[in-house]
Structure formats: C-alpha cells, structure tokens
Design a binder for this molecule. Sequence first.
Ligand code: SAM
Length: 269
Amino acid sequence: MIDAKATLAASGHNPNKALGQNFLADASALEAIVDGACIDGKTVLEIGAGLGTLTAALAERAERVVAVEIDRSLETVLRGNMARYDNVRLIFADFLKLGTGELREALGGGEVHVAANLPYYITSPVSMKLLRCGLPIESMTLMLQKEAAMRFFAKPSDKIYGPLTVLSQAAYDAKKLMELSPESYYPRPTVDSTVIRLESRHTVLPRALDEICSAAFANRRKTLVNNLASCREKDKVIGALDLMGFKHSVRGEELSAEEFICLAELLGD
Ligand code: SAM
C-alpha cells in the first residue's frame, strides 16, 4: 500500500484541506473496501484519485480503472505511482464539470462500478451527479462522512430525507460496509466516515422522476401540490394524489421512493 505520509514528505506536497485531501492510510480498511467493491475484472470509475492508494488497489483486480483527480499539483506523484499499471487512465479535471460523454468514452461504454473515497466538501453534488448522469452504474462503493452516508438510509419525514435519498433508493439497494475513524486517514479528518455500497436494483425509472423529486423538495414548508405547481398542472397533481390515496395537504418528504416513482409515472414528462 502507498504510504501517504512518506509519499507526501518525499514529494513536498502539502495536503490541500479545501480539496478534502485526507488520504487513506489504513491497509486493512483498504483491503476491506476493495473486497466489498466486488470489482474483479470490472470497469471502475474512481473520483478523487489523490496519491493513488485506492487506485492502485483497484487496478490490481479490475479490468480497467478510470480515475479523476482535480489537483494538477498531484500529477507527477500520481502518474509515478500508477506507472506500473497499464489499465489505469487518469483524468485531471473537476469531476463535477466532466461531461457524461467524455466519461462514457473513457469508461468504454459498458457497465461501470464506482469506488471512491469522496472529498467531504462535495459529497452530495458528486453523489447526485452519479445518480443523474445516465451511465450504466451497477454499483457504487463510497467512503463518506458518517452524516452524509446517513442520507442514503433516511426514511420519509426524516430531516435529512431529500432528493438524494429518493433518487438513490429508487435506483439502488444500499448497505453499510464499515465505519472508519479519523485514524484511517492522513492527515486525520475531524469526522468519522462510513463506507457504503449501493447495488443497482435494475428498475426502469420514469424519466420525470428527477424533475418531480427536485420540485417536491424545493420548499419544504409547501405542500407537494404547491411545490409541483412549478412544473405540472395543479389538477393533474391532485388527480394523481387522489389515485394514490394521499391527502391534498401531503408534503413531498412524506412519500417513499416507491411512491415517488408511482407519482412520476402518473404525472409523466
Ligand atoms: N483516493 C485517495 C485516497 O483514498 O487516499 C484520495 C481521497 S481524498 C479524500 C479526495 C481526493 O479528491 C483528493 O485527492 C482531492 O484532490 C480530490 N478532489 C477534490 N475535489 C475534486 C473534484 N471536484 N473532482 C475530482 N477530484 C477531486
């Protein structure tokens, strides 16, 4: 395993806190994550390659790894650490700005497995992008801040229940793989982490789901009918709620992912 502390010292790179640079420094956690990711012979997308610790472990077992890293100042050390792997493609870019076409081309068009130790400061937008991008993502094994991980397991009416919960629960079954303490990273973060695994449910989701779901949570104080008035005729929304047996005063946060799927099917594009 790449020794983060020694590599940083040798390269003179100071971890960039603003980019969430807490590098994995726990060999048993690394092994458990790569085992849990089930990527043997698969195509893997990694977000935030850093020094290449996870990238190298993935490359040992995957068919190919496409790893995205925003920090150009890590390029020399990362390329050096990846030199012995001919199945790794490095993309130096902001993952949030990468087009799906470019990602698809780099990944080769087939099914994709995501594995990442996500930078804490953009966990939600990265997760939303993965859920919305339209790539055939079969599974995601994600290291996240503990609080951020809880969103994937939230229940209707929980404070943290929102579009991310609904979109992920609609498309994936989620389970927790392990908890990691700050000691597993260098430098140590101030928070605990959770490794989660999402596996595709292979459900064909209605195209309108994302739009309906985003509108439903736009203003949590408003009823679902009033929130959806921004994108659908009020009478149509009321008709759909009647069919589903909901009161007209229901709020978006009270619907489960399955109920959102049903509502999006009824409301259409
Ligand atoms: N994968 C490495 C590991 O496990 O040791 C590094 C993980 S570190 C928590 C997160 C990495 O994501 C950092 O290397 C950081 O520079 C990178 N990063 C931050 N924002 C990014 C973005 N928008 N796009 C791509 N990479 C990003």
